[in-house]
Design a protein around this ligand. Structure first.
Ligand SMILES: CCCC(=O)SCCNC(=O)CCNC(=O)[C@H](O)C(C)(C)COP(=O)(O)OP(=O)(O)OC[C@H]1O[C@@H](n2cnc3c(N)ncnc32)[C@H](O)[C@@H]1OP(=O)(O)O
Ligand SMILES: Nc1ncnc2c1ncn2[C@@H]1O[C@H](COP(=O)(O)OP(=O)(O)OP(=O)(O)O)[C@@H](O)[C@H]1O
Ligand SMILES: O=C(O)CCC(=O)C(=O)O
Ligand SMILES: [Fe+2]
Ligand SMILES: [Mg+2]
Length: 335
């Protein structure tokens, strides 16, 4: 059973009505001048943008959907730029173009059909413009404060599943990939570039899991294979209700980096597109992940960096992140 029009699976009990109210809330514009904390709020800063209901919703659930935040015109522009990248008419330093593991071994076709994800587009103005959109940044500021760094950029082009379910993204916490803290001053903005629902692999979230801790991640034991670096949470409570976020073109979800989420299989013939940026407060600081559960991803990131830049290069995880961090608003401090 689906809640009408919401694409949300019931099961969260009292959560559902709040969720529905919030999904239909109209964004208001306002000034976010301060970065102060109130004792009752941990995950959001004092601001004049979020309604009390929206603020409370993020505090309790770890995500917030704002409908119709990015214009169709902007999204069409990002799509055009993406297609140029796929046709190799555009490129940028540091940008990573990835293919799905199931089609990686097939003959190279230089169009968008072969490409599953473009990462680290901070040097490509036509895509990086997404990260600087004022209507996105005004929401981001509610979580990070006024000095905002863009840390990780992605355009995800989830391919029609090739029959092995490799188009799925296992349930994970994004903080697993990030060697900076504090986690409460990090937020992801993820915008649907078309209607995205269960049929083409929408985001699936476990509401409230952002109040937990970072868990051990490993490759899931999936018969059909798993994409490189698609680690999943080793164990999570299967009784927590999964919420499927059906979103329209331009809708944007903001979510906390400890929120457990993934995305489903794309059962359609189309390539499902979303664009995202992870932001962090410029006050965040780098941590050493040695001796933590993040050691495994550090090892993989450094191996890939060495493959790209030469084995003799002495690259640390911090260096790799400093190289792709950009100011989105305000000034650069620690990151
Ligand atoms: C909040 C953050 C959340 C996340 O970031 S989630 C995970 C993000 N994923 C990533 O960052 C992966 C990044 N991708 C990459 O680094 C590269 O695309 C990757 C996988 C190293 C392949 O790059 P290239 O070496 O340029 O590609 P290639 O076509 O020459 O293939 C080399 C060998 O790699 C294999 N490969 C390509 N795409 C793959 C994939 N998606 N998954 C697993 N293996 C893959 C490919 O088959 C080839 O293998 P072999 O050497 O022939 O055995
Ligand atoms: N066997 C599994 N082990 C771990 N994670 C899984 C498994 N099956 C699905 N998931 C994860 O759950 C999320 C949704 O998966 P799935 O592809 O089954 O879609 P769905 O949302 O359940 O849609 P539907 O049930 O309508 O097919 C994804 O993050 C996916 O990676
Ligand atoms: O499938 C998506 O669009 C999102 C995947 C995701 O959560 C990620 O790349 O971190
Ligand atoms: Fe993620
Ligand atoms: Mg399923």
């Amino acid at each position: 059973m689906q809640a009408p029009g919401s694409g949300i699976t019931p099961g969260g009990g009292g959560r559902l009505s709040v969720l529905q109210r919030h999904l239909t809330a109209v964004p208001v514009s306002g000034q976010v001048a301060t970065a102060t904390y109130s004792p009752n709020f941990r995950y959001t800063l004092d601001n004049n943008l979020l309604t009390p209901e929206q603020r409370q919703f993020y505090e309790e659930n770890g995500f917030l959907v704002i409908k119709n935040l990015v214009s169709h015109k902007d999204i069409d522009d990002f799509r055009d730029v993406f297609e140029k990248v796929c046709r190799k008419e555009l490129t940028a330093p540091g940008m990573l173009v990835m293919r799905d593991v199931a089609i990686a071994k097939s003959e190279y076709v230089p169009d968008q059909k072969a490409i599953t994800k473009v990462q680290d587009f901070q040097e490509l103005p036509g895509l990086f413009r997404y990260c600087s959109l004022p209507q996105i940044l005004q929401y981001v500021e509610c979580f990070t404060g006024p000095n905002i760094m863009s840390m990780h950029t992605m355009l995800i082009n989830k391919p029609p599943d090739a029959g092995k379910k490799t188009s799925r993204h296992p349930m994970h916490q994004d903080l697993h990939y990030f060697p900076f803290r504090p986690e409460d001053r990090i937020v992801c903005a993820w915008t649907a570039m078309e209607r995205i629902d269960r049929s083409n692999g929408c985001l699936v979230v476990l509401p409230g899991t952002h109040t937990g801790v970072l868990k051990q991640h490993d490759y899931p034991e999936w018969e059909g294979g798993v994409n490189k670096m698609y680690h999943g949470v080793r164990d999570y409570d299967p009784n927590i209700p999964r919420v499927h976020l059906a979103m329209e073109k331009g809708d944007t979800v903001f979510f906390h980096p400890i929120l457990i989420h993934g995305s489903g299989m794309n059962k359609t013939a189309g390539f499902r597109k979303a664009i995202s940026c992870h932001y962090a407060s410029a006050d965040c600081y780098y941590i050493d992940v040695k001796g933590t559960s993040q050691e495994n991803i550090e090892k993989e990131v450094i191996e890939i960096a060495k493959k790209r830049y030469g084995v003799e290069a002495e690259i640390s995880l911090k260096d790799a992140w400093m190289a792709k961090a950009r100011v989105a608003q305000g000034e650069r401090l620690n990151l």
